[in-house]
Design a protein around this ligand. Sequence first.
Ligand SMILES: *[C@@H]1O[C@H](CO)[C@@H](O)[C@H](O)[C@H]1NC(C)=O
Ligand SMILES: *[C@@H]1O[C@H](CO)[C@@H](O)[C@H](O)[C@H]1NC(C)=O
Length: 433
Amino acid sequence: MAALIFTFFSLSFLSICSLAEVKNYGFTVDLIHRDSLLSPLHNFSASYFDSINTALHRSKSRAFAFRALASGTHSTELIYSHGDFLMKLSIGTPPFEIIGLADTGSVLSWTQCAPCDNCYPQKQPLFAPKKSSTYKEVAGNSKLCKSLGGLSSILGDNKCKYALNYLDGSYSHGTIFSDTITLNPTSGTPISQKNFVFGCGYENLGNFNNEASGVIGLGGGPGSLITQMNSLINGKFSYCLVSNAYSNSKSSKMHFGSKAVVSGAGVVSTGLHIFKNLLYAVRFKGISVGNKRLAMYNSSKVLGFFNERIIIDSGTILTLLPKKYYQPLEAAMKKEMKLEVAGAHGVLRLCYKTGNGIKIEAPKVTVHFVGADLNLNNVNTFFRVADGVYCLGFVPHEGGPAILGNLAQVNFLVGYDLRKKKVFFKPTDCSKQ
Ligand SMILES: *[C@@H]1O[C@H](CO)[C@@H](O)[C@H](O)[C@H]1NC(C)=O
Ligand SMILES: *[C@@H]1O[C@H](CO)[C@@H](O)[C@H](O)[C@H]1NC(C)=O
């Protein structure tokens, strides 16, 4: 099936570009933090601390969803309808811009479509298939439809139907179609991809936000942006998340193709492991605080795929660790920190008072992967939850998988190579990207 899809997209690609150009093809787009000043979701009546607390709530729900997925108690492919980053792209001819939640945890990209039977309120106009001259329906009895998890319509009209059910009860139901998509890079000419398959949602309800018009899937499955643009970007993408995104008007960046190659001094890499075409994970060996490697107590807990692996997730602020990793970390941190303890803050367990306007100084934390050590800084481990109060952004995840959240990835260029099955990390000032 994978081979068939590859051929399908290769052919459409060859019609717009010559092979010689493919080799060095790369481009960059903005990755907008939902709470940044650039985001349509930015809440002007929320303080920085309100936004942090809302992000913690999202993180908690997302953790719950990951736990259900890892333990096999939930069988749907979908995780959670909230993430932290947005991306713009245009669909159709003439191009119609949508802003979608950029997330690895969705098998299919979709947008709300007009005319809509049952949509959540959306501020921007809905994509209207009838107005696009390149819109094509995917046949319900096609292999492509099946590979995307779609089903032939029961109405006998041979449409390819999809039904995405998110763990929090949100859902999107509709028709799978193909159309040209266009990305507007931060420099250079727009990038087009013909025959991109998308879901046209005619019934979408739940915890979606009225400023975003759908989801852009960035996972490893056939419906993801990465897979569908594979012949153009060679299975490579990377991102660089800016620090303090909540009060910033600087956007984070997402790079594709040759622009996504992570190289030079300081690069470390480890093997990429993909869970059900959705989640990206790496082998997790443990943690050091300062220069001391923490001993992990032996745990017999079996998490299947997630045993001794950590998910790399950009959709959640917190880093979640099974007890055997978390407990030694908290103990070592308590031993090293000389600041006055400030008590817990919601889900956050370890907080310190620094005094107003004083930034926290914490010991260096190193996360060890097979063949790669990630040396984290203060911006990756602690964040401010009130004036002069900082909390550790690592929390225990009882019975759930380890998840490396987006705070821990700030100021790293994180690169994925789906063909070579590798993940790269390079310390980078992401505000200079
Ligand atoms: C915006 O923030 C305020 C203050 O935290 C909150 O009460 C309100 O519900 C938020 N609005 C939205 C749309 O989230
Ligand atoms: C943990 O237990 C397993 C099985 O008893 C054993 O093989 C392994 O060496 C133990 N690991 C540590 C770090 O003690």
